[in-house]
Design a protein around this ligand. Sequence first.
Ligand SMILES: [Zn+2]
Length: 390
Amino acid sequence: MQTVKKLVQEAKKKHSFDQQQKEEIIEVKSDSSKCESETGFTVDAFSYGDVPGCTGYILSHFHYDHYNGLTKHFTNPIYCSQITANLVLSRIKLKEEFVHPIPMNTPCLIDNIEITMLEANHCPGSVLILFRLPSGRVILHTGDFRADKSMEDYPEFKGVKFSQLYLDTTYCNPTYDFPPQKEVIDFAVDLVKKELARNPKTLIVCGSYTIGKERIFIAIAQALGCKICVYKDKQNVMSCLDDSDLFQKLSLDFNDSQLHVLQLGKLNPKGLGIHMSNLKTKYSNVIALEPTGWSYGKINSLQEIKPKYNRDGIKIFGIPYSEHSSYLEMKQFVQFIKPERIIPTVNNGNPKARKKMEDIFKSWFQELQQGQGQQAKVTVKQSSISTWFA
Ligand SMILES: [Zn+2]
């Protein structure tokens, strides 16, 4: 384990990396010889029970479809970011001894595999996972991610030859050409400002998931210089994000601010009506923003977005805010990574869909070859339990 110590020492020099984390990583040992997969690690594979040969379970982020199957009775080592670890401990009540937070941007040697977690631009705590194998092979698993040009500057990607890419293919279709997040956020802020200019006694409601899509209400709070009213459960979730500035902006008193965050299930005329009637401050109008990922295809620009409901002072807007890559962002990311092989992790269930994705990937590489004379080949494999092994 000399190498582990050396790596951790180097990591400690480069990053703030406390003693407890260091020991957690060094202490993890297991017999990876039992495992037939390349790394012995699985990513987001909690719904299969104990996976034979798996020595470490990685959780890419805290969304239900990724941690599904994880309960407080789970007794295998889990690796994830610090924020995801906070969420796992707080929401699932897993025993702390099994949860191993990995510091971001810090190569850690676990069971002879070097693992680095990088920002995935999805929800708080989400990571891309970079595996370096003793054979020299490099595998990247994107978890869920929204590709961004800035990822091309990740020093961890510099000069790397990627053998395999596990790719979040949620929107792997040219029809998904929704706008960049920043444009959508600016649009939401403008929409709210216009409503307030028209009628200052307007309540602003943002729909929310357990975790994810926070950037909309954070941007509105910044633009208006106001607090964010949330329920206790949301406050608990936000306390896991290790962001004290944001946490201080939250209030549990719904009379503290006209910006309220509610569960998505309450974003309907009845739910909003009940919420308004319970407030001491009386509002004459409400504008509710419901973040969606896929409603954009039916319109050509953000300016065309009309309320999906508009009656009796209640306006509900669908906001096409995606935490997954648009088609173009995904294509640019893949063309940058140039993996030898791509394994789609979403919408890969039937051969027809896989074939379609394979053709799309091929066209991206052909484009590259024509443009830059690059040599690249790509294959697509059916997803199964074995493909969750990196
Ligand atoms: Zn997700």
